[in-house]
Design a protein around this ligand. Structure first.
Ligand code: HEM
Length: 147
């Protein structure tokens, strides 16, 4: 099982205490779709994703980002059961949605950038390290259904 230090737990709790569950997930998903345009192929039912303002104003992107962030927030509150908790979601992404698991890592990268923009100087290197460890565990959990 992954070991979390008291400092890592405090950093993760502090960051997720400041996350905006309504909007930050949509911002991160929007950034993923712009920075890695080929990821748009998974969201062909979402309508216009042709440029930054279309993506920012796309209600389906916002709603889906909120759903994704909800799952991540849940993981942040249950650090010791992430792998088990993400089991079904992982199988779903592997077997039904056929999402290349490399995209989970890309999503975590853009999410870190959303957090850095939002939190500014409070997003210190040690907070970043704790968040990156957290995302590595989430990505691992989501990728588990693939092997
Ligand atoms: C659906 C979580 C990353 C593609 C979902 C759902 C959740 C979720 C909670 C809804 C499941 C349901 O309705 O049963 C996550 C988490 C991610 C992640 C926690 C963290 C990294 C990604 C990435 C992609 C992706 C990177 C593709 C690039 C999809 C698609 C759906 C979906 C296509 C179905 C959307 C729809 O048509 O409603 N995901 N996801 N996910 N996810 Fe993910």
């Amino acid at each position: 099982m992954v070991h979390w230090t008291a400092e890592e737990k405090a950093a993760i709790a502090s960051v997720f205490g400041k996350v905006d569950l309504e909007h930050d997930g949509g911002d991160a998903l929007g950034r993923l779709l712009l920075v890695n345009p080929w990821t748009q192929r998974y969201f062909s039912s979402f309508g216009n994703l042709s440029n930054a303002s279309a993506i920012a104003g796309n209600a389906k992107v916002q709603a889906h980002g909120k759903k994704v962030l909800g799952a991540i927030n849940n993981a942040a509150h249950h650090l010791d059961s992430i792998k088990v908790d993400l089991h079904d979601l992982s199988s779903d992404h592997a077997n039904r949605l056929h999402v290349d698991p490399e995209n989970f890592r890309r999503f975590s990268e853009v999410f870190v950038i959303v957090l850095a923009n939002k939190l500014g100087s409070s997003f210190t290197p040690s907070v970043q390290a704790a968040i990156e460890k957290f995302f590595a565990v989430v990505v691992d959990g989501l990728s588990h259904g693939y092997h």
